[in-house]
Design a protein around this ligand. Structure first.
Ligand SMILES: [Zn+2]
Length: 264
């Protein structure tokens, strides 16, 4: 079952939850530190109390304080953010909470070794049922020089090295590499039991940019959602991730949301 959701910083929950109660929290480093952490917990609790949050996932900060893409397999700082996200999730035991782990990195030379390290990190730190490590697929060097975890082989390696690892499947990242629906179907068939969360934006493989508005790239969403609906079994969030979606009172998000509604 697919549930259309909304991405939100904790400070935006008022407007975000007007669209959907399926919320993916977008974390910035400062949201997880000092008194902001406590403020965030209280704010989420307020919206849970009002019945405005029905499902919750948490996306780790995307970049380290030095501006590099955060990669928990390689960087202590990024690992600390994931641990902080787990701590945040522990305040909400009433939900099953996927933690979206950004496994993109610029320093990966040996993907196998990185998969082993990420697998070990995940299994050592995700010890509580209900808090789910959910590793997102990247973009095969299209955006950063050495993005990783983007294809079947990468996720096979990770799953082999971690009992607990699950997947956040990013549709835009996947099709940014190539518009190959056979490979897409194969990926979904192979990992459908592991996919707990989906990100969605449009893409055009001829351009080195991502997060296009739904309908302004090249992805055939009729085809994509048919394949997803035929295969996905559990409860899975579908979170729009189009560029500038939070700006101007969620204007771009609203467009994405209305265009995606017909599929879900
Ligand atoms: Zn994503």
């Amino acid at each position: 079952m697919l549930y259309l959701g909304v991405k939100s910083r904790y400070t935006d929950l008022g407007i975000a939850t007007k669209f959907s109660g399926n919320v993916e929290l977008h974390e910035e480093i400062e949201d997880l530190q000092g008194k902001n952490f406590k403020k965030q917990v209280e704010e989420i609790k307020k919206f849970v109390g009002l019945g405005k949050i029905k499902r919750l996932s948490i996306h780790m900060p995307m970049k380290n304080s030095n501006g590099e893409y955060a990669n928990p397999a390689l960087e202590r700082e990024a690992q600390e953010y994931v641990v902080k996200c787990i701590e945040l999730a522990r305040n909400f035991p009433q939900f099953e909470i996927p933690i979206v782990i950004h496994a993109a990195g610029d320093k990966v030379t040996d993907k196998k070794e990185a998969a082993i390290r990420l697998g070990k990190f995940i299994d050592a730190n995700f010890t509580k049922n209900g808090i789910i490590p959910s590793v997102e697929n990247g973009t095969a060097g299209k955006i950063n020089s050495n993005d990783w975890f983007y294809c079947r082989e990468d996720f096979e390696e990770l799953i082999k090295n971690s009992k607990r690892a699950r997947i956040t499947f990013d549709i835009c990242h996947f099709f940014l590499n190539e518009l190959n629906y056979t490979k897409f179907e194969e990926f979904i068939m192979e990992f459908k039991a592991k996919i707990v969360n989906i990100h969605v934006a449009d893409a055009d493989p001829s351009q080195r940019s991502h997060g296009f508005q739904i309908g302004s790239g090249k992805i055939d969403f009729d085809r994509v959602f048919q394949i997803l609906k035929d295969n996905i079994e559990g409860e899975v969030h579908v979170i729009p991730e189009v560029n500038y979606e939070h700006e101007n009172n969620y204007k771009e998000f609203e467009i994405a949301y209305s265009r995606l509604k017909k599929y879900i």
